[in-house]
Structures are given as structure tokens and as C-alpha cells.
Ligand binder design. Structure first.
Ligand SMILES: [Zn+2]
Length: 278
């Protein structure tokens, strides 16, 4: 199916094949899908010595909910659906402020659950548990989790889905033009690829090729756009904000010649005073 579209496009110059691919891609039933996973524990008052205060401080953490992206589907998506799923997930990775957060964030978020089990273990061992200490630990976790959340969200970009779609369509055009069938690939690169020549394996090869290419193109897109971001600094001389071309710049365009002239003057003065002292 997918290999036929690519063949039609490359061998018979059929633009309709590309149009058909794009139509099938965006009409795929696989939209951006996420689910909320609950990291729960069952609070057992007797294990906390029926201590009301301890029960109260752990209660809010019994169900820690974290959103994830669905990346595996049991309902056998076809090759084009698989490419669409990759495109969706890339989009969520780049823009969604709830999913694809860092491991660090995730670790801190589930710390209260770990602390609960640590605490009941300590109680079981007959240790005296300091409630304030636990309360403070929980507050620290919350603070750290929020810090990490903001840090991760700060790395996301704003990109409306329609804009993203246009960008992806451009890349698909490139991918269609650059595509090499397993046969061509092997002729150019020897037999290292070891692709079994049946439709299923060929489609699999194409899906991988699409996903890898799209990831690469998108990475470049993000990098190029970050470079274009306007960076500002405060001038060390007049304290006004100015746009910097590189990090070493200390003075704005108005002050920088002034500062340079001052330096020259100072150096001249020094030299003159040296001469006088001889
Ligand atoms: Zn200045």
C-alpha cells in the first residue's frame, strides 16, 4: 500500500500518489491520544498507628495522577496510521505541557508514595516518627515538583496544529522525493540492509524511514527557530536593554564606541604618567 504510493510517485511521476498519501495521513483515525495513569496506594490507618495527623498529611497523595501519551495500539494501525501516530507524538512532545515531562519531574511527583511506604516501614520497626519532618519533606517534594514542571514546560514551544501540519506536509514532499526503495538502497550500499522482499517488510522499512526523517527534520526546525529567537541584555554602560548578536557583547551599539574611546584615553594617560615618572 505505502510502497505502491511511493513507487507510483517516483516511477510514474504521479503527484496524485503524494496527494493521496497526505489525504490518508490526515484523515487517519489516530488523533493525539493521552491517558491518565494513577500511581495509587491504599492508606491503611492502622499501619500509621491510627495517627490522625499522619493520616491527614498522606491522604491527598493517595492518588497521584500523571498523564502519558499512548504510543502502542492493540487495534493494528496500518502503515500510514503508524506514521500519523509518530507525527502526533512528536507534536505532543514539542507542545503539550502535560506529557513527555522529564524523568526528574516524574520521580519527584511520585515521591510522596515512596515516603508513605518508608514511613509505615519505620513505624513497623518501632521507630518514633517525627510528623513535622514528614510534613516538611512532602512540602519540599511539592516545591521541587512544581519547579521541575515549570522548567519542563518552559522548553515546550507554541505551535498551532495547523501550522505544524503545513511544516510536516513540506517534509513529506521532501521524503517522497528522497525515498530510496530497499532495492535501490541495497544496490548503492551493498546488502547490509537485509530486507526481506515482501510487502509487509517493505512497508515496515518505509515507516521507519518516514519516522526517522521526520524526527530529524523537526529537530532541525526547532534548532533553527531557537537561533532566530531575539536575545536581549542590559548594557553595562547605560543600563538600557539591547539585542545581542553573541554572548560576549557587554555594551549597546551606542555605548560600545564610547567605551572603547574611554579605554584608549585611559591607556594613553597611563602611558603618559609612566613617561613622566622616569
Ligand atoms: Zn548602552
Amino acid at each position: 500500500m505505502l510502497n505502491e504510493l511511493l513507487e507510483d510517485y517516483q516511477e510514474f511521476n504521479e503527484d496524485e500518489a503524494l496527494d493521496e498519501f497526505i489525504r490518508l495521513l490526515w484523515s487517519s483515525d489516530y488523533g493525539c491520544r493521552t491517558y491518565r495513569k494513577t500511581y495509587a496506594f491504599k492508606l491503611q490507618p492502622e499501619l500509621l498507628n491510627n495517627n490522625d495527623e499522619l493520616i491527614k498529611i498522606f491522604e491527598p497523595y493517595q492518588k497521584i495522577k500523571i498523564r502519558h501519551v499512548i504510543s502502542y495500539y492493540n487495534d493494528k494501525p496500518n502503515s500510514i496510521d503508524m506514521i500519523r501516530i509518530h507525527i502526533n507524538n512528536m507534536y505532543m512532545y514539542l507542545t503539550n505541557s502535560e506529557v513527555y515531562m522529564s524523568k526528574e519531574y516524574f520521580n519527584f511527583k511520585i515521591q510522596p508514595k515512596k515516603l508513605y511506604f518508608k514511613t509505615i516501614e519505620r513505624i513497623k520497626n518501632g521507630e518514633v516518627v517525627n510528623i513535622d519532618e514528614i510534613r516538611n519533606q512532602l512540602l519540599d517534594f511539592e516545591k521541587k515538583t512544581e519547579e521541575l514542571r515549570l522548567r519542563d514546560v518552559g522548553k515546550k514551544i507554541e505551535l498551532p496544529f495547523n501550522e505544524y501540519k503545513k511544516i510536516i506536509n513540506g517534509y513529506i514532499f521532501r521524503i517522497f522525493n528522497n525515498y530510496k526503495s530497499p532495492f535501490e538502497y541495497e544496490q548503492e550500499n551493498g546488502w547490509e540492509l537485509n530486507v526481506i522482499h515482501d510487502a509487509w517488510h517493505e512497508d515496515n522499512y518505509i515507516v521507519k524511514y518516514f519516522c526517522k526523517s521526520l524526527t530529524g527534520y523537526m529537530k532541525n526546525y526547532i534548532r533553527n527557530n531557537k537561533e532566530k529567537e531575539i536575545r536581549k541584555k542590559k548594557c553595562n554602560h547605560c543600563n538600557e536593554e539591547f539585542i545581542i548578536a553573541n554572548n560576549n557583547q557587554k555594551y549597546c551599539t551606542i555605548c560600545s564606541p564610547v567605551v572603547r574611546r574611554e579605554k584608549v584615553r585611559k591607556n594613553m594617560k597611563k602611558m603618559r604618567s609612566k613617561k613622566l615618572s622616569f
